[in-house]
Design a protein around this ligand. Sequence first.
Ligand SMILES: *[C@@H]1O[C@H](CO)[C@@H](O)[C@H](O)[C@H]1NC(C)=O
Ligand SMILES: *[C@@H]1O[C@H](CO)[C@@H](O)[C@H](O)[C@H]1NC(C)=O
Ligand SMILES: *[C@@H]1O[C@H](CO)[C@@H](O)[C@H](O)[C@H]1NC(C)=O
Length: 366
Amino acid sequence: MATSTFYTLSAIILLSLTIATNACFPSDRAALLAFKAALREPYLGIFNSWKGGECCRGWYGVSCDPESHRVADINLRGESEDPIFEKANRTGYMTGTISPAICRLPRLSSLTIADWKGISGPIPPCISSLPFLRILDLVGNRLTGEIPADIGRLSRLTVLNVADNLLSGTIPRSLTSLASLMHLDIRGNQISGTIPTNFGKLRMLSRALLSKNKLNGLVPASISYIYRLSDLDLSLNQLSGPIPPSLGKMAVLATLNLDGNRISGPIPATLINSTISILNLSKNAIEGYIPDAFGPRSYFTVLDLSYNNLRGRIPKSISAATFIGHLDVSHNHLCGPIPAGSPFDHLEASSFIYNDCLCGKPLRAC
Ligand SMILES: *[C@@H]1O[C@H](CO)[C@@H](O)[C@H](O)[C@H]1NC(C)=O
Ligand SMILES: *[C@@H]1O[C@H](CO)[C@@H](O)[C@H](O)[C@H]1NC(C)=O
Ligand SMILES: *[C@@H]1O[C@H](CO)[C@@H](O)[C@H](O)[C@H]1NC(C)=O
């Protein structure tokens, strides 16, 4: 055998061995390097480890599927317990943009680029072409632009967290097609327009956090079809219209925050006798009476009805509530005696002030 043939064969054998054990696909490696090139992380040096051929081993925040050896997770958190942060004695800071090169990682299942405070630019729209994506967590950056219009293609997506950015535009209509979505967090952006009327299609949702945006229009009644929903936060938007009474009939709803909107109409009696334990309706235009529907099922750690147009008396049945931790009915037009009762014996005057003519403990005697 000629020496050159021997060397060629050895090279081929060596190369195949390298591909088998060296877990990184060249195209994945190229995509990661392009992703890294669009970012600048000056304080911790997390990207110093992103070198050499083996992106599946030792690259900070990167992990691969053990069978396919394809990049499956990118997990870069600017606030973490990782020793790298302890050593630098500071939280992370990163500038730059999220490169569309990320979309050339076809087996990506989770993408977390969270709390870096300085990453700007858009969410690359091509992200919706990553068929295996389950977690998209981009919280706490300075991302602008819109949530990609065809995000609904991500049929495996369970977590969509883009909170605390500078996103604008509307909630894409396709979002309600995310049949696996369990956790939606878009809080603290500048998202406007309405909540899709078919929001209730998101049957797997357990947390829907949409507060601190510029959403307007109605609270969709279809939300009450979301059987697993435990936490609904629509506070600090510009929502109007009535509260759908069906929200009080949901199986596991525990937190309902509608405070700081322009909600009108009465408080549905269903909310008072429900599974809800945190109910904040403060700072709206809610009118009518506080429903006389308290009973043993009424268990509120927070019941904040302040800054509305409620009138009439505080209903006697409130004494039948099992527990009321924090009650606030201040800044309304209530009148008459404050009922006595163990669920709210501990309350202070501030819970009742600025009404028309409430009286009795803890206010002045009637
Ligand atoms: C870490 O930073 C804090 C505040 O910046 C400072 O008070 C502390 O002494 C620093 N610790 C170390 C070990 O350098
Ligand atoms: C209820 O919402 C109002 C307005 O957003 C807020 O100021 C208040 O702190 C909330 N109440 C509780 C008990 O969290
Ligand atoms: C509270 O709800 C339960 C179950 O839905 C119902 O059986 C009960 O009559 C209601 N109580 C009041 C006071 O509305």
